[in-house]
Design a protein around this ligand. Structure first.
Ligand SMILES: O=C(O)CCC(=O)C(=O)O
Ligand SMILES: [Fe+2]
Length: 265
């Protein structure tokens, strides 16, 4: 497997209670209560982060921002479906819990991950790969919710990639301090298809560089409902997420949820 997707993996990146000793106490009825990995507890309201308007599709019409050839940020594109996406994500997480994967180098990733769809992205001491089976359960990944597929396909079409048919959705949960270091998404066998990436909840800084690791990465704020699509000449662009700032978002609470859609083969 390609060793190029370099996740955030220094011990400093490990989430505060990565030892798994603290018992999570989801607040029943909170929209994000199903989005927490076990062993963590959200720390409540911090008062910073995005304003409450971002959950309301009435307040802002979507717009597009081309950031590189083949790469576009579809601003607020998924706001109208965001609550349904979060609810569907909770169903997936209930069947395939979020977990902190270990890199081939033996470090624990600070992003908590799970998957839905035909294939799921996994990492362990053997390498990075797409697997049709969730190694934690031995069962296939949960099916991709219809709303995931609809929004991902719609975004791809808008970005100039018709007929996007993702077989994998990697779900990333970021807590304050979580980051994803610069990497390329290159474990997919079909690099003709773009990556479609939906941001939900807390805002983040998207790092978007060039085709060389050494290329300077620009910083783009991503907010709830933003969809990033990169393909064509930007398909193998290095990208990442800066350490997440603490905050509170009505849709997800104290976390950011990211959904990336991939055509794996
Ligand atoms: O969280 C994000 O916006 C990016 C996630 C990502 O790059 C990945 O899962 O490969
Ligand atoms: Fe990525």
């Amino acid at each position: 497997m390609s060793p190029v997707r370099t996740p955030s993996a220094t011990p400093r990146d490990a989430p505060p209670s990565a030892d798994g000793t603290a018992a999570g106490r989801p607040e029943p009825g909170h929209p994000a209560s199903g989005l927490r990995e076990s062993g963590h507890e959200d720390s409540g309201h911090h008062g910073s982060g995005s304003g409450h308007l971002f959950g309301d599709p009435e307040h802002e019409a979507p717009w597009d921002e081309v950031i590189a050839p083949g790469a576009v940020l579809l601003r607020r594109h998924a706001c109208a479906q965001a609550d349904v996406l979060v609810a569907a994500a909770r169903v997936v997480v209930a069947a395939a819990p979020l977990r902190h994967l270990v890199t081939p180098g033996g470090q624990t990733m600070s992003v908590a991950m799970t998957n839905c769809g035909e294939w799921g992205w996994v990492s362990d001491r053997r390498g990075y790969r797409y697997d049709p089976v969730d190694p934690a359960s031995g069962r296939p990944w949960p099916p991709m919710p219809g709303i995931f597929l609809d929004v991902a396909r719609g975004a791809a079409l808008r970005a100039g990639y018709p007929d996007f048919a993702p077989q994998a959705c990697l779900m990333n949960l970021y807590r304050p301090g979580t980051r994803l270091t610069l990497h390329q998404d290159r474990d997919e066998l079909d690099l003709a298809a773009p990556i479609v990436s939906i941001s939900l909840g807390l805002p983040a800084i998207f790092l978007f560089g060039g085709l060389q690791r050494s290329d300077r990465a620009r910083r783009f704020p991503l907010q709830h409902g933003d969809v990033a699509v990169w393909g064509g000449p930007s398909r193998l662009a290095f990208h990442g997420i800066a350490p997440l700032a603490a905050g509170h978002h009505p849709a997800t609470g104290a976390v950011r949820l990211n959904l990336t859609f991939r055509k794996t083969r």
